[in-house]
Design a protein around this ligand. Structure first.
Ligand code: SAM
Length: 286
């Protein structure tokens, strides 16, 4: 098989198929040969595993996944890439290419059809414009997924993997930690892509928990509380929650006190357990 990280090989494929990069679909293809094998190895692509990939591009990561895992299903939105993938993935018989938008695809059905009896990993070099929505979709849908290993912009990766109670923590930190244990794996420079983006990237892995990290009375309210708490980072918790939940400040203050916290506590100081306690006491006042 041709080397899909070789720029001349890529240019040749693109020319033969009349393909040009779409910026709006986040098409920055990996050309650093060491990155895809590392994502595949650290992302659980191995015997006994099925891997769901999001965004095939010309199949550079797909090939590395298919060499190691029992089965690969890859979702690619851009129909122009499908004939290219037929060519570049031809030597594998364990790959299913699905021409759909990941945000609209029947992920539960795809997993059921392709990965019966296998553990399931997601591996992807995610298109930047939908990084957080894809991660939250995968976690919130409660799909039978064991791990999610994704390339994201470095800033997004730092925010997702930040510790609770640190300045970098945000709503996405809390939401991701509720469902999984995040880990920063390695950095990838902008020069590893064609075309090169304006920012560096990193690869993170989320090991999905069997049970959420904290038990809450009302999950929807918990996520509203999390989003509300971090919505106005310079305000204290009582003010942020009062305006985001549309509740009188006295009631929010009472709920915060009941959760054992000071009214002027700042959202980024809170642990997941404390956010859960606040949301549980707010539930009583709604
Ligand atoms: N995996 C390849 C690589 O590493 O070189 C391509 C990665 S590129 C950053 C992102 C890919 O996701 C592109 O091929 C793009 O067409 C595809 N994509 C963008 N939006 C998508 C969506 N909503 N659903 C599925 N694929 C999408």
């Amino acid at each position: 098989m041709e080397n899909l990280t070789n720029i001349n090989v890529i240019k040749n494929i693109m020319e033969r198929h009349g393909f040009s990069f779409s910026k709006s679909l986040g098409q920055n293809f990996l050309v650093n040969p060491s990155v895809c094998p590392k994502i595949a190895e650290m992302g659980n692509a191995s015997e006994g595993w099925g891997v769901l990939e999001i965004g095939a591009g010309i199949g550079v990561l797909t090939n590395e996944l298919a060499k190691r895992a029992d089965k690969v299903a890859v979702i690619e939105i851009d129909g122009r890439l499908i004939p290219i993938l037929k060519e570049t993935l031809a030597e594998h018989n364990n790959i299913e290419v699905i021409n759909e938008d990941v945000m609209k695809a029947d992920l539960a059905g795809i997993i059921k059809e392709n990965f019966a009896g296998l553990k399931v990993a997601v591996c992807a070099n995610l298109p930047y414009y939908i990084t957080s929505p894809v991660i939250m979709l995968l976690l919130e849908s409660r799909l039978p997924i064991d791990s999610i290993t994704v390339m994201v912009q470095k800033e997004a990766g730092k925010r997702i993997c930040a510790g609770m109670g640190t300045r970098e923590a945000g709503a996405v930190t809390a939401a991701v930690r509720y469902y999984s244990e995040p880990k920063m794996l390695f950095d990838v420079s902008r020069g590893s892509f064609m075309p090169a983006p304006n920012v560096d990237s990193c690869v993170i892995r989320l090991d999905v928990r069997k049970e959420p990290a904290v038990h809450v009375k009302d999950e929807k309210l918990f996520f509203r509380t999390v989003r509300g708490a971090f919505s106005q980072r310079r305000k204290n918790l009582a003010n942020s929650l009062s305006s985001s939940l549309g509740m009188p400040k006295e009631l929010v203050s009472a709920a915060i006190a009941e959760a054992g916290l000071a009214e002027n506590v700042r959202p980024e100081q809170l642990s997941l357990e404390e956010l859960a306690a606040v949301s549980d006491s707010i539930a009583k006042y709604l």
